[in-house]
Design a protein around this ligand. Structure first.
Ligand code: OOG
Ligand code: MG
Length: 259
């Protein structure tokens, strides 16, 4: 498995918005190799001037694991190039086949460089906010193995963060509504994320420590979607509302919307 060559394939696919074949159909590769490809593709983004802003957890809910046909948690890296302002209009043309999903975001008050436990979380997390993630697999038809999606930085491609408030740990039963235009496409609960999205932070610390990745101070941690993701098309207004946390949203612009 050539790590650099495969990182280049995936980075180019994202940059040129051209889907590629699954790497796993051509080579067998391990989870460690998949994370090495991911790290190499992030290096390419950083070389182009992007700054690492945090991490995202994936497949922390059954809803997501079932939708995508995978069986384990994953993590990927977020950069400022993926940041989208809350309430803004974004061009859908910058993606291949974007899907949106509701997320809960945590913001670190201290760097996390080791596995932490539930009693320590409040020393490392200062704030939380409602969020939306835009995922855009670089693989054709949004189909992948666990190794493929890790190599592809867990489909990361955009994130929108709502107003932040003080971190609280009792967020295990928050109602989540995911709207596209006037349709309530999914109704969920924060319980779906490992019983409590705070548990996702513990796994984030464990998994990143395993790969010697330090989550910086002031960084974002997306806990993972509580509901399945939905395709977004030009003209759509996407809104997520989370009990006690509030609303976050964006509008999808692009060629079709302008017709
Ligand atoms: C992979 C990303 C999964 C989540 O919140 O579970 C993820 C994908 O579904 O393409 O972001
Ligand atoms: Mg996600």
């Amino acid at each position: 498995m050539n790590i650099k060559k495969n990182a280049l394939i995936l980075d180019n696919a994202a940059y040129e918005r051209q889907p590629v074949n699954q790497l796993s159909t051509m080579h067998h590769f391990t989870l460690d190799q998949a994370y090495a490809i991911q790290a190499e593709s992030i290096k390419r983004r950083v070389k182009r001037g992007e700054r690492i802003t945090g991490i995202k957890m994936g497949f922390t809910s059954h809803a997501k694991m079932e939708q995508m046909g995978v069986h384990d948690m994953i993590w990927g890296v977020l950069t400022d190039g993926m940041h989208i302002d809350n309430g803004s209009i974004i061009s859908i043309d910058r993606f291949i086949h974007p899907r949106a999903e509701p997320e809960i975001c945590f913001i670190t008050s201290e760097a996390i460089d080791r596995e932490i436990n539930m009693d320590e979380v409040q020393d490392f997390i200062g704030q939380m906010a409602p969020a939306i993630e835009i995922i855009d697999s670089r693989f054709r038809n949004f189909k992948f193995s666990l190794e493929d999606v890790i190599a592809d930085n867990c489909s990361s491609s955009g994130y929108i963060i709502g107003d932040a408030q003080h971190f609280q740990q009792d967020i295990d039963k928050l109602a989540i509504e995911f709207w596209i235009n006037d349709e309530l496409v999914h109704k969920g609960s924060s319980t779906a994320i490992l019983g409590n999205p705070v548990v996702s932070i513990i796994h984030a610390s464990r998994l990143t420590a395993q790969y010697n990745f330090v989550i910086p101070r002031g960084a974002i941690i997306l806990a993972g979607a509580a509901t399945p993701a939905e395709y977004v098309k030009a003209g759509d207004q996407v809104t997520v509302s989370i009990e006690r946390l509030g609303c976050v949203g964006f509008s999808a612009g692009g060629a079709e919307a302008e017709e």
